[in-house]
Design a binder for this molecule. Sequence first.
Ligand code: SAH
Length: 255
Amino acid sequence: FTDKDVYQQSFNPQEYLREYYRLSDSQGKTKTFLMENLRALAKMFSLEGLRGNTLIDVGCGPTIYQLLSACENFEEIIALDYTDQNRRELEKWLKKEAGAFDWRPVVEYVCELEGDRGKWAEKEEKLRKKVRQVLKCDVTKANPTEPVSLPPGDCIVSTLCLEGACKDLATFRSALRNISALVKPGGHLVMITVLRETYYAFSNQVFSCLRLEKNEVEEAVQDAGFDVRFSEVHPCPHSDIRFDCDAVLSLVARK
Ligand code: SAH
């Protein structure tokens, strides 16, 4: 099991982005994976009731793709991650610093899904303005943002985080209860989780992944105080040695 200290020591955000998030020239498998997740996010954030003032992104990593559809529906976004270098990498993009990752192809694709590919620059600016805080968090803590106490938000989004951060199903279930406290009653949880994956790799580093079944995720979500409103599985073709997931689960639940 790759625990959070290993993430802090050896997760290289630039390599991660280069390996998995270059839409323009990435290989077929990761490209399909990313595009499917973007489509799922667009669909989930267009469901009724997925709006409000505050959105909290749990385990944001160095990425912004998970916020591109979401940012149209919320006024303020708070991004949380354990790893210093991942929060720093995100801030580089937010502040348009030199060397920041180029998300333009991804943003263009999401704008195309929303009807106008030409609006990419506008969306980038909107998102940059809305992300108000980037804070440290640990999903294994009862208060993940300790010592900071955040007022509960209207929605939490979490993509590809808990299955990497939790060593077993009991920890996964308790992490869901922990992050549930970050959202108001009546608010939503939007999740993208890989199913039956045991590892993912990039730049000679292997990270462990908790092997999850769809029903295990749904039960954990329900037991954390949510009603599942939307749950969709997309198969993930094998044959890429960089990861061994079987499928991706997109899920929306209401607290
Ligand atoms: N959400 C991004 C990043 C996923 S990578 C994406 O969709 O690509 C997994 C992330 O989980 C990493 O950024 C890592 O720093 C974070 N993480 C690992 N253990 C954690 C913990 N205990 N609490 C919070 N985040 C954790």
